[in-house]
Every structure is written in structure tokens, then in C-alpha cells.
Design a protein around this ligand. Structure first.
Ligand code: PXP
Length: 244
């Protein structure tokens, strides 16, 4: 039987809109409730060091009110790691962070930052938080991810999503497939995310062994025109084609 592919909706963009006016709305709490009611298994938020969108109080309130899983995206900064240890989300996804980037620009370099990443994995796991490492589809990165002790990887699908030509996209898709097959053989769980939308999801579903997809921008953008409930349901309907 095909494994059910879960949807994590990244609601950072709701907070981006709120912070643009330093207002109390639109509410990330309301957004999380709508996403869950529409069938999202997980709410994903990135607590950035610069707090440009999600704030500390958001993550604690989300943890309190959601009934499904909370996935906290975070960098290996002591301050954020300490917050995560207090929050104890179901999953922490470790990502690289640069102050001047518009959004996460690539995967975590686990090879280069092995000690820092492994140390953070250990701290989080001591608090019973499942750890996923957001990495590029590179076999060396996958192998080093396993060595950190992390249970999951999240494959960075951005290079595929932003590929300038069909040939380049196909090449990137093959890298994602190979990395997923390799990770699964090593016993790692496989998630994927970044730049996934209603058009490219069909190709993304060719990646085997995936457990969950984390999707933000396309769903929130679509919600402006059809509402958040319908935008989430529309993505879940497409994801049902997954064969595992
Ligand atoms: N996964 C990770 C690790 C991310 O950093 C992001 C962006 O915050 C996403 C998924 C969602 O990407 P997008 O907003 O392009 O769907």
C-alpha cells in the first residue's frame, strides 16, 4: 500500500505580513487552525535569529493550540537551541541562516559544520525532539547527516524548483531521487521542501520514500485568491497521487 505523504504548511509568510505593519493580524494561530482543519499534518515555522517574521511568543502559542505536529525550523545558534529545548516541538529542522538572504538559500553544510550540527542534534534529542537536517541532495551530505545521529533529512528542492531549463530540472530531480534512495537505505527518514508549488509537485512526487513535504510560499500565495482552507486542500489532493 502506498505510504501517505504528509503536508507541513510553513506559515512564516503569514507572520511576514503581520510584521510588515507590526500588527496583531493576520494571526498565525488562526492560520494554523485553518491549515490543520484542512488536513495539514504539521505546522512549520522558522524562528530566525533576526525574528523577521515568527516571534518567540508565536512558537509557544502554536505548540499550545495545534493538535498535530509542530516542526521548528532553526539554525544552530545557542539562543535558538535553548528556546527549542524549552519548547520541545515534535521535530526540529536544522537549516543554515544568513542575515541578508531573502529566504533559506541552500542546504546545511553538514560536512563542513559537522561538530556544531552534531552537538545541536544531541542537545535537541536529549529533550526528545526529533531532528531533521535540511540538506542539498548530495550523497556525502546524506552520509554525514546520518553520522550526526539525526533521524531525518529534509531534501532541499530549491535547485530543482528554480532550474532554468527542463534539462537542468531533470538533472536536479535525479539528484533528489538518488539522495532519497541512499538516505532510505541508510535508515534515514526523508522529508523534502523549498519552492514546491502546484505545478512542480507532480515531478516532486517522483522522489521515493518521502515522509512529509514542507510547503509555504505557494500555498500562502494561492490563499490570497481562493482562501487558505482551499489552498491547503488543493495541495493535499495533488499529494494523494504519491505512490511512495
Ligand atoms: N523547508 C525549509 C527547510 C525551508 O527553509 C522553507 C522556507 O522557509 C520551506 C521548507 C518552505 O519553502 P517554500 O516557502 O518555498 O515553500
Amino acid at each position: 500500500m502506498a505510504k501517505k505523504l504528509l503536508l507541513g504548511v510553513n506559515i512564516d509568510h503569514i507572520a511576514t505580513l503581520r510584521q510588515a505593519r507590526l500588527e496583531k493580524f493576520p494571526s498565525v494561530i488562526q492560520a494554523a487552525r485553518v491549515c490543520e482543519k484542512a488536513g495539514a499534518a504539521q505546522i512549520t515555522v522558522h524562528l530566525r535569529e533576526d525574528r523577521r517574521h515568527i516571534q518567540d511568543h508565536d512558537v509557544f502559542e502554536l505548540k499550545r493550540i495545534i493538535s498535530g505536529q509542530l516542526n521548528l525550523e532553526m539554525a544552530c545558534y545557542d539562543e535558538i537551541v535553548n528556546i527549542a529545548c524549552r519548547l520541545r516541538p515534535r521535530q526540529a529542522t536544522l537549516v543554515p541562516e544568513k542575515r541578508r538572504e531573502v529566504t533559506t538559500e541552500g542546504g546545511l553544510d553538514v560536512v563542513k559544520n559537522f561538530n556544531a550540527v552534531a552537538g545541536t542534534v544531541e542537545k535537541l534529542q536529549k529533550k526528545k525532539i526529533r531532528v531533521s537536517l535540511f540538506i542539498d541532495p548530495d550523497l556525502e551530505q546524506v552520509e554525514m547527516a546520518l553520522r550526526t545521529g539525526a533521524e531525518f533529512i529534509e531534501l532541499h528542492t530549491g535547485s530543482f524548483a528554480n532550474a532554468a531549463s527542463k534539462a537542468k530540472a531533470q538533472k536536479e530531480l535525479m539528484k533528489l531521487i538518488d539522495a532519497s534512495v541512499f538516505a532510505n537505505a541508510l535508515g534515514l527518514g526523508v522529508n523534502a521542501g523549498h519552492g514546491i508549488d502546484y505545478n512542480n509537485i507532480k515531478s516532486i512526487l517522483k522522489i521515493p520514500h518521502m515522509h512529509e513535504l514542507n510547503i509555504g510560499f505557494s500555498i500562502i500565495a494561492e490563499s490570497l485568491f481562493i482562501g487558505l482552507d482551499k489552498a491547503v486542500k488543493k495541495m493535499i489532493k495533488l499529494m494523494k497521487q504519491y505512490k511512495g
